[in-house]
Design a protein around this ligand. Structure first.
Ligand SMILES: Cc1cc2nc3c(=O)[nH]c(=O)nc-3n(C[C@H](O)[C@H](O)[C@H](O)COP(=O)(O)OP(=O)(O)OC[C@H]3O[C@@H](n4cnc5c(N)ncnc54)[C@H](O)[C@@H]3O)c2cc1C
Length: 587
């Protein structure tokens, strides 16, 4: 167990031993992984075509089977009918269940995450006793109703209103929600509404049989076509007062905390999809012959395969690293006397920055992987008869729901700045130390990089200085107005995301793999590309907001902090990775 704080990766040098990754799974976790994977291979993948043709009943039936296997209750404590496993295991279940099909992944995520967690985290004992056992076993399904036609990213601005009835026994709710996953078959709805003229929304638990609750038709969607998505209408809907969730006016907090979990789970939900897209692509590339040879022998295709494999390795590294940090934080808080319910909340909240980073990085790169998968398949990739077309359409939603990627990028940097302002994270002293370092003369001593991954780690330490230098100077310039500088915040977010993911991959490699391994090649290739992306984003910011000497000094700092003593041979690394996976025939 380690006691890393959220966002602290920016100012702390971590030891490889402190990082958790797939290689550290317990036997129990491996069994969980195998049984979920076996289910998906047997029940989900063979039905891919039905999932593409709006077979909502199939999604519901698959969810029931997942319930019978216990896979809907991984996060729910045993006393409420679940398995009560830790955060890493809930991520792993999500990873493996979600890989076979995007529609089922969405139904699973909406039910186990935002549909169940608000009750688990904020419910009273009575509410938990009443609703969780059914949700954990798949006897009933959950949905989460936050978005409205005029309130999407600005989720607290919804028009849905609740009013206490004259006899004080019910809230009368009127309004409308939109894009509600699982609406077609869910029995339990987490509904957010403002009570009278309250400033903030409040959460309610609403049962499907409630009078005044009705639904729109299924939406026609680009992807995840068998995931039920409907509008939900409330017309003088009477909700018993005991179904108010948490405290009045506190719904936005509930919504956000559920979304934090949803975000990191969305990263997990994209992992196995990426692995499967890659494995299909490699298999196809090995079988497809052009110019008398397999297309997997062409450098152009091998480069894609190497980059796709690297993306999976890096995505896994970041996702499970953060998951274990959250699990450890929860355990630490429970040991300190906090209730499990509150500890779970605080544990995830602590790592909200990492949850946003992962949501953005993994959903973006999953889309790229599916796109490259189509390209490897050539014309066949464009056909609905091959698996890439659906994978590409299904991947697209990951960048929109659970907070769009733009919102999550802005949030991640914004949350870090707030943590620093509140004194929870000392970003100021290291930022000031960097200013001093920039004024000083750089050391010309040749560093000793003989230890495995030591140059990579030294480089990452310097990349953190790039973030602190750029974000620190921008903050000094714009102060409280920084929120309005979205271009700059997006640049900062790209730097942040690349640092976290590159560090995760390097530390995973140092802990579990050896010099010359394919994993080392992936960590190095990713780091090289991360450095290039960081240079672009940092430079774009520096030349836009800094001038004169300050600009010159920062640009020289950028060069200093992104310097290799010896550049890796990028093509050799790419070839090494491609050769390994092409020969293996999959990921
Ligand atoms: C298939 C599907 C399933 C969904 N499931 C659910 C569900 O189960 N429950 C639920 O409550 N919701 C659900 N949603 C809704 C989803 O969370 C929203 O669509 C999402 O939050 C974006 O809101 P919006 O669509 O209103 O877009 P908008 O908020 O209108 O955003 C449009 C564009 O503007 C950008 N933008 C908006 N505000 C800002 C800002 N301040 N700064 C910079 N850029 C900004 C966005 O990034 C985006 O690119 C689902 C949506 C879909 C499509």
């Amino acid at each position: 167990m380690n006691n890393t704080k959220g966002g602290e990766f920016l100012i702390k040098e971590l030891e490889a031993q402190e990082i958790f990754s797939i290689e550290d799974f317990s036997d129990e976790q491996k069994m969980l992984s195998d049984s979920a994977q076996e289910f998906v291979d047997r029940e989900v993948v063979p039905n891919s075509e039905r999932f593409e043709h709006k077979d909502y009943a199939l999604t519901e039936a698959s969810m029931r089977k997942l319930g019978e296997m216990g896979l809907l209750g991984v996060a729910v404590p045993e006393e409420y009918g679940g398995m009560g496993m830790g955060f890493v295991s809930t991520m792993l279940a999500c990873d493996k269940v979600s890989g076979g099909n995007g529609s089922l992944a969405t139904a699973y995520g909406a039910h186990t995450g935002i549909g169940t967690l608000p009750i688990l985290l904020y419910g009273t004992e009575e509410q938990k006793q009443k609703y969780l056992p059914d949700l954990a076993t798949g006897n009933k399904f959950g949905a989460y109703c936050l978005t409205e036609p005029d309130a999407g990213s600005d989720a607290n601005s919804g028009k849905t209103r609740a009013k206490l009835s004259e006899d004080g026994k019910h809230y009368i709710i009127n309004g409308q929600k939109m894009w509600i996953s699982n609406a077609g078959f869910a029995e339990i709805f987490i509904v957010f509404a403002k009570i009278e003229d309250d400033k903030n929304i409040t959460g309610f638990i609403v049962e499907r049989s409630t009078e005044g609750l009705s639904f729109g038709e299924e939406e026609n969607k680009l992807g995840i076509r068998s995931s039920s998505t409907r509008q939900v209408f409330f017309n003088d809907m009477k909700v018993p007062v005991e179904n108010l969730l948490g405290e009045r006016n506190n719904g936005f907090k509930i919504a956000l905390n559920a979304l934090n979990v949803g975000r990191i789970k969305l990263a997990a939900a994209n992992l196995d999809g990426q692995r499967r897209v890659l494995s299909h692509s490699i298999k196809y590339a090995n079988e497809r012959k052009q110019f008398g040879v397999s297309i997997s022998s062409f450098g152009a295709i091998r480069k894609k395969i190497a980059e796709m494999a690297t993306a999976v390795f890096v995505s896994e590294a970041g996702s499970y690293r953060a998951a274990k940090n959250i699990e450890d934080k929860i355990a630490e808080l429970v040991e300190g006397g906090m209730s499990h319910q509150l500890a779970e909340l605080k544990g995830v909240e602590e790592f909200a920055v990492e949850c946003s980073i992962l949501k953005v990085f993994v959903s973006d790169i999953t889309q790229v992987a599916a796109d490259e998968g189509i390209q490897i398949y050539g014309g066949m990739g464009f056909s609905a008869d091959a698996p890439m077309e659906a994978a590409w359409r299904d991947a697209r939603i990951g960048r929109i729901y659970e907070g769009t990627n733009e919102i999550n990028r802005l949030l991640a940097v914004g949350m870090l700045i707030k943590k620093a302002m509140k004194g929870e994270l000392d970003l100021l002293s290291p930022a000031m130390a960097i200013s001093k370092e920039l004024m000083g003369i750089p050391s010309f001593d040749a560093p000793d990089y003989s230890a495995f991954m030591s140059e990579e780690k030294a480089l990452i330490k310097n990349l953190k200085k790039v973030f602190l230098m750029v974000a620190g100077a921008a903050l000094q310039k714009y102060m409280t107005e920084i929120e309005k500088q979205q271009h700059l915040l997006l640049n900062a977010s790209e730097i942040l995301n690349q640092i976290y993911m590159a560090e995760s991959a390097v530390l995973r490699t140092e802990k579990h793999f050896a010099e010359g391994s394919v994993e080392a090649a992936m960590a190095q290739l990713n780091l090289y590309k991360a450095v290039e992306k960081i240079i672009t984003s940092a430079k774009e910011g520096i030349v836009s907001f800094a001038e004169g000497d300050e600009q010159r000094m920062m640009l020289s700092g950028l060069r200093r902090f992104t310097k290799y003593t010896k550049h890796p041979n990028v093509i050799a690394l790419t070839e090494k990775i491609a050769a390994h996976y092409v020969e293996k025939g999959g990921y």
